[in-house]
Design a protein around this ligand. Sequence first.
Ligand code: SAM
Length: 443
Amino acid sequence: MNEYDSLRMRDALRASHHLEVTMDPQDADVLILNTCSVREKAQEKVFSQLGRWRELKDQRPELIIGVGGCVASQEGQQILDRAPYVDVIFGPQTLHRLPALIDETIRVRKPSIDIDFPEIEKFDDLPPPRAEKVSATVSVMEGCSKYCSFCVVPYTRGNEFSRPFDDVIEEIVSLAEQGVREITLLGQNVNGYRGRLHNGEAADFALLLRYVSEIDGIGRIRYTTSHPLDFSASLIEAYADLGSLVGHVHLPVQSGSDRILAAMKRQYTAAEYIDLTDCLRDQRPDICISSDFIVGFPGETDEDFAATMQLIERVGFDQSFSFLYSARPGTPASDLTDDVPQQIKQQRLAVLQNRIDEFAQEISHGMIGTLQKVLVDRPAKKDPSQLSGRTENNRVVNFDGPQGLMGRFVDVEITEALPNSLRGRYLPGERSANRLQASITAY
Ligand code: SAM
C-alpha cells in the first residue's frame, strides 16, 4: 500500500512541478519520507532518517523535506517538535495535496501540515497512473473499519471507503491499453469492497473481479489484502470460473487460538478460517494460501501458540509474513500488559517461520516437472541474458528464452527449485496447464 502511495506522490509531483525521481538525496530538491506505523520499528526509523537528512537541509536551506504516510498521520505536529526542519507533513489521504502543500510552505516560509481524511477527493485530484511495467497496482478501497485491537490502520488511514466502480474499471482499462498484463487490486480489506453499477445495483468485490477479468489485455488478477470476515460465497465462486484470477490468496489469520483471535477482535474462529480455506480448495484444489501472523500478543500462552501451529499444519501455508506483537499507541491492545517475555516471543517466531518455510519449500519442490504460466517481467538478476518472470503463486522463475518474450505470458516447465527462486525451461507453443499439481493439494 505504501509503495502504491509513493508512486501516486511521484505522479502528483511530476504533473505539478515536473519533478523526476532520483535515488540520490544530494541530487534532490524535494525529499519525501513515506512512513509506516504498523509496527514500532518502522516508526523509529523515521526519526533516524530525518536526522540524516538534516545535514543536507543545513547545507541547502531551500531543500524541501516532507513526511507522509501513517507516522505523519498519527504524529502530525509532534514530528515538527522533534524535527523542526521538516517542511511538509501529510497523511495517506492527503497525498494528492502534496504539490499545494509544497507551494504553500515556500510561499509562507513556514511548515505546512495536512493530515485530514477527505476520502474520495484524493483520486479525483490525482493524475491518471502511468504504466511503467507489465504489472500494476490499483487501489480499490482505502482505510479500514475493522478496528482489530492491535492495529493502528483505522486511526492513521481512516475508515473504509470504496472507490467508485467505474473509476476502478476506467483506470485498469487505461493501464491495459498501456501494456499492463497483470493487475493487483489493492486495499486493507479489498473484499470489503462496495461499489455501484450504472443501474444503481450494488457491486461487491467478486463482481468487480468479474468485470476486471473481461478487460482486454488483462491476463492475470491478484489482490491484497483480503479479510476472512468479508470472504463471501460469491468471492469463493469466482475461483471456480475466473481463469485470470491467480491460484494464490493472501488471507491474514494472525493466530490459531480462538481466545487470542477474540482478544484481537478478528471476528472469526480458527475453525471458521479453516472452513474458508477448505471452501477455496474445493473450488481450486491447487490454490496456495499465504497469511500474516502475530506472535506474542498479550496473554498468548504456550497452548495458544500450539493452536497457531496446529492451524498451520492443517492449512499448509505458503510463504507468509509473521511479526512479533508490537504495541501501537492508541489501539485497545496497547492497554493490555505486554506480558510474553521477549525471548519466548522470539522462540515462537522462529518455530513458526521455520515451519512455514518448510511448507513453502515443499510447494516449490512440488512444482518441479509442472508447466507454469509465467509472466515475463525482467532480465534475470544473476544472468541478464536469461529471462525472469513470476508464476501465479508469485515465485520468480529464471529461464533461457528470446528477449521478445518480455511482457508476455509464456509456458515454462519447472526444472529446479532453489530456496528463493525456480529454474525452468521455456516451452514455446505449449498450452499451459496453468495450475499447480496434486502435491500441493495433499494438505
Ligand atoms: N488488513 C489486513 C488484515 O488485518 O487482515 C492486514 C493489514 S496490516 C497493515 C498488515 C499486517 O501487519 C497484519 O496482518 C498484522 O499481521 C501486522 N500487524 C498489524 N499491527 C501489528 C502490531 N501491532 N504488531 C505486530 N504486527 C502487526
